[in-house]
Design a protein around this ligand. Structure first.
Ligand SMILES: [Fe+2]
Length: 459
């Protein structure tokens, strides 16, 4: 007995060392950042808002470290002579690959229903002019675009999806990203993401939540400082998560961002949870949408972020959150409390995880999911009114893949109707990486799971 005890205590550290050795790259390795030189002209111009969505907009941009002052000029289309100038001091961020200046301006007192033109400058070097429109305050119905993980874009190739989404929804009020916009915290990957967005990022505001790929790996993971410099978001979050855990109100909806990768201790978990509870207690908007990077219900094989479910799901249910939008799983999955769903949780929000990345993961055929897709990039369009949220998901070639509508009556009672093509094994095939690593027996198991899942969902 004593001998077994000894072996047990000896085995634990050996096992631990083995696991760390296997997982070293995943958990701790940060590839060094290639050297970069920042542009002398205004670069990576991004439109957001951090105050009232009906009368303010923020713009951030980047430049070299020689210029210490940035300028922004704005005029309205209806009274072009009415020009306002803003200045911004530079914030220099140094990383292992180089250094850049970041500028930020918050434009106030804008008029609802007005279209504005603006341009920015690094010293004397001005950008082109760009337009943006402030919604009419009386028009509470609006649309937006939701994009999942983008990382691994090759020369901005994922941008095709953003632009395709915009062509389908040219009146989109904003684009919502759920983290992992970049592959690694490197200047070159930020360049990819901005290239993918192109003019859209300068003309439509962006909402985003951080993902694990925007963090430096380590025992304590640290968010890339450039994330905070690019995204000028509301400073209404908990003290240690200002600007990344926050909420935006847009018309009849409150959007709440949680930093799921920032949960690295009991303290950080409860700091976010307590903040979410206090925000939900004081939310009186018609709709509530929670966004975070990691899923409450995983789509991908072998993944389960149970601690997020334990932390946030009771609040999502208690305060009637309508929709939870996530990323991370590099596959598409939608779980909804639809009447014919086998998912027994009929109380809660509709959960959707999506991605726009060329990197694809396999699905785990969770019975909670009513719709699944692997091996394809997706984009989503949402139309919000006082009575409903209509959700539509499309594959990269613009094939309609999934759709549902959340209805809410005057008393606040919810129901969900589905308008989706049947699940098809064409979208459930294993990824190339799965095929490379899998034995014949495991492949048979996969096929059985796929057939069972498809059959049960298409009843
Ligand atoms: Fe991720």
């Amino acid at each position: 007995m004593k001998r077994y005890k000894k072996l047990f205590w000896l085995g634990i550290p050996i096992l631990l060392i083995f696991v760390i050795w296997i997982k070293w790259d995943n958990w701790f390795y940060n590839p060094s950042e290639p050297p970069y030189t920042s542009s002398t002209i205004p670069d990576r111009i991004l439109l957001t808002w951090s105050g009232n969505a009906l009368n303010s907009r923020d713009v951030t941009w980047q430049g070299d470290t020689v210029t210490h002052t940035g300028f922004l000029q704005i005029m309205s289309n209806s009274t072009p002579g009415d020009t306002v100038f803003y200045t911004s001091p530079s914030k220099i961020i140094k990383t292992s690959g180089g250094a850049s200046s970041f500028f930020r301006v918050g434009m106030k007192n804008l008029k609802a229903g007005e279209t504005y033109r603006y341009r920015v400058a690094n010293g004397n070097s001005w950008s082109d002019w760009y337009n943006f429109k402030i919604a009419d305050s009386t028009d509470s119905a609006y649309s937006f675009i939701y994009i999942g993980d983008v990382q691994d874009s090759i020369n901005g190739v994922s941008g095709k999806l953003f632009h395709r989404a915009y062509e389908s929804e040219p009146n989109a009020a904003f684009i919502l990203f759920v983290g992992d916009m970049i592959e690694r915290p490197h200047d070159a990957y930020w360049a990819e993401w901005f290239k993918a967005g192109g003019i859209l990022f300068r003309t439509i505001p962006i909402i985003a939540t951080p993902g694990n790929h925007e963090y430096y790996k380590g025992l304590i993971q640290k968010l890339d400082e450039r994330w905070m410099a690019h995204f000028s978001f509301p400073q209404n979050g908990p003290p240690n998560f200002l600007g990344r855990v926050c909420y935006w109100d847009y018309q009849n909806t409150r959007y709440i961002s949680m930093d799921s990768n920032g949960i690295q201790s009991i303290q950080s978990a409860f700091e976010q949870r307590n903040w979410l509870k206090s925000v939900l207690e004081n939310t009186h908007q018609r709709w509530i949408v929670v966004i975070m990077h990691h899923p409450i219900y995983s789509t991908s094989r072998g993944r389960d972020y149970f601690y997020l479910r334990a932390l946030f799901k009771p609040l999502i249910d208690q305060y009637d959150v309508d929709l939870v939008l996530v990323g991370h799983d590099h596959a598409y999955g939608r779980a909804a409390h639809i009447s014919n769903s086998r998912f027994k949780d009929k109380q809660g929000a509709v959960y959707v995880g999506s991605h726009a990345s060329p990197k694809v993961y396999d699905t785990g055929f969770s019975e909670k999911m009513d719709k699944l897709a692997t091996n394809t990039q997706m984009y989503q369009l949402l139309d919000v009114s006082n009575d409903s949220i209509r959700f539509r998901a499309y594959t990269a070639d613009s094939t309609y893949f999934d759709g549902f509508t959340i209805h809410k009556d005057a008393a606040g009672n919810r129901s969900v109707t589905e308008n989706a093509p049947k699940n098809s094994s064409a979208y459930l095939k294993p990824t190339a990486s799965f095929l490379r690593k899998t034995s014949k027996k495991e492949m048979e198991k996969y096929n059985h799971e796929m057939e069972d899942w498809e059959k049960s969902k298409n009843k």
